[in-house]
Design a protein around this ligand. Structure first.
Ligand SMILES: O=C(O)CCC(=O)C(=O)O
Ligand SMILES: [Fe+2]
Length: 185
């Protein structure tokens, strides 16, 4: 997260400057005490994999997802309107950008749309951990990234609004994020 904040130009790489800067301290403190959701997925082998999906296209709730997949292929991300398989690399995590980072960065980082295919020959297991602010915090675009040339692109968002959304609609694609957009491009 520090590297991401530096890349957005809202956190200094130098410790003295970091200490001076309150917004960085706040967001890093909030993330230190943040929420973590762990999701374990088991995809049984499927005799007709072309007829179904292991998981529908979606983007993840949170800032970052660390995902551990086993050696069986299945995860795909959408890149330039095509589905691209994320090849499993032994002992490596996949790091996905989630909706909250897209909101916080005011759209500079894009949350990644992904889906999971099933496999005819083998079952597959993955473990995803979604990291974000504490559940009672509001996620909003960083004030440092908003000015006349870059208006605020997303509504303030909290866990309540997410729960209200998922309880009324089936989550597919980046629907929740779409519902928080102030500017549609
Ligand atoms: O099984 C996978 O590789 C991805 C799982 C996933 O996208 C999720 O749990 O949100
Ligand atoms: Fe996911």
């Amino acid at each position: 997260m520090e590297a991401i904040l530096q890349s957005l130009g809202i956190m200094e790489s130098n410790q003295e400057e970091k200490d001076k800067n309150n917004e960085n301290n706040n967001i890093m403190k909030e993330l230190d005490n943040g929420s973590q959701m762990l999701v374990s997925n088991f995809y049984p082998q499927c005799p007709e994999p072309n007829l179904t999906l292991g998981m529908h296209p979606h983007s993840d709730y949170g800032f970052l997802t660390l995902l551990l997949q086993d050696e069986v292929e299945g995860l795909q991300i959408q890149f330039k309107d095509k589905w691209v398989t994320v090849q499993p690399i032994p002992n490596a995590f996949v790091v996905n950008v989630g909706d909250h980072l897209e909101i916080y960065s005011n759209g500079k980082y894009k949350s990644v749309l992904h889906r999971v295919l099933v496999n005819e020959a083998r079952s597959r297991v993955s473990v995803a951990t979604l990291y974000s602010l504490p559940f009672n915090c509001t996620v909003k675009p960083s004030p440092k990234l908003i000015d006349e040339a870059n208006p605020k692109r997303y509504m303030d968002t909290d866990f309540g609004s997410f729960l209200a959304y998922v309880s009324t609609r089936e989550t597919k694609k980046k629907d929740f994020l779409e519902s928080r957009k102030l500017i549609h491009t």
